[in-house]
Write a protein that binds this ligand. Structure first.
Ligand code: CP
Ligand code: NVA
Length: 307
């Protein structure tokens, strides 16, 4: 029984296989529609936090392929509050064929998976955002053909999105650099996993404080919000610390001439990413968001063992 909790739970060839399938399903979708491989299947969408992309792309992924999705809001389920996670998981396992969960604490999605008899997908936790990383890798591969030998630079907070991007980058042979302020490093556990993944692929990981040094030679510049969901009370302190890490035209001009600029969205425009860059020629933020649909179809197909 396989779940999709972190990209690092899979081998690089398994990740590559899912990405190949994502690109194939995308092609088929635009050539007239996907086959109904998910017929008779329902995916429960459990959310402890808000969402646009994750919610809609999973729902549409299921519908495009003949299945259905059921949105369950924070108030409805009260995960771990109204009812224990173990009980929620065992009850839902009898009703649906898969669960996607967006949680505050990473161990909550692990707990759901532990008790579930159907596949569980991590739709973002405080530690990682593996579905985002799959769409990110798909977007980079579509642009450059492969991730091997590319320089992927993340500028900003060492958060959930940065962790999954680092892991998938080095798994697929890209060098990963992060520039973040002191006190906002990635969790040590994520760094340790990165070291072993990079050792296996021969990719390099570099931790810097200076965003200018970090973007030199970058083929990808990636940023994300300075204040993630659940950190709202730290927002004013973060707004003071992070402005030197803004991705703006000056910073982008210091990278490779063909650099692409990425953001998982939602963007806080003119905070971590300026309008001119977000809407400029290097930006791929909307194709990247759209790839959530295709990457997740492929993840679901592998978990359901169809397609
Ligand atoms: N990027 C992303 O996960 O967006 P949502 O929070 O809108 O799902
Ligand atoms: N790091 C952000 C990503 C949102 C998709 C957050 O966790 O809020």
């Amino acid at each position: 029984m396989k779940h999709f909790l972190d990209v690092s739970d899979y081998s690089s060839s398994e990740i590559q296989d899912i990405l190949d399938l994502a690109i194939k399903l995308k092609r088929e979708y635009f050539a007239g529609g996907n086959k109904p491989f998910f017929k008779g299947k329902v995916l429960a969408l459990i959310f402890q936090k808000p969402s646009l992309r994750t919610r809609v792309s999973f729902d549409m992924a299921m519908r495009h392929m003949g299945g259905d999705a059921l949105y369950l809001s924070p108030a409805e389920i009260g995960l771990g509050k109204r009812e224990s996670i173990a009980d929620v998981s065992r009850v839902l396992s009898g009703y649906v064929q898969g669960m996607m969960a967006r949680v505050f604490e990473h161990h909550h999605v692990l707990e759901l998976a532990k008790w579930s008899s159907v596949p569980v997908i991590n739709g973002l936790s405080d530690f990682s955002h593996p579905c985002q990383a799959m769409a990110d890798a798909q977007t980079i591969i579509e642009k450059f053909g492969s991730m091997k030998g590319l320089n992927v630079t993340y500028v900003g907070d060492g958060n959930n999105v940065a962790v999954s991007l680092m892991h998938i980058s080095v798994m697929l042979g890209a060098n990963f650099t992060i520039a973040n302020p002191e006190g906002f490093d990635m969790p040590q556990a994520a760094q340790d996993t990165g070291v072993s993944l990079a050792k296996a692929s021969g990719a390099k990981i570099t931790y810097l404080r200076d965003p200018h040094e970090a973007v030199t030679g970058a083929h990808v510049i990636y940023t994300d919000t300075w204040t993630s969901m659940g950190q709202e009370e730290e927002s004013s302190r973060r707004e003071e610390v992070f402005p030197p890490y803004q991705v703006n035209a000056n910073l982008v001009n210091e990278a490779d001439k063909d650099v692409i600029v990425m953001h998982c969205l939602p963007a806080h425009r003119n905070h971590e990413l300026t309008d001119d860059v977000a809407d400029g020629t290097h930006s791929v933020i909307f194709p990247q968001a759209h790839n959530r649909l295709h990457a997740q179809k492929a993840i679901l197909a592998r978990l359901f063992e169809v397609a």
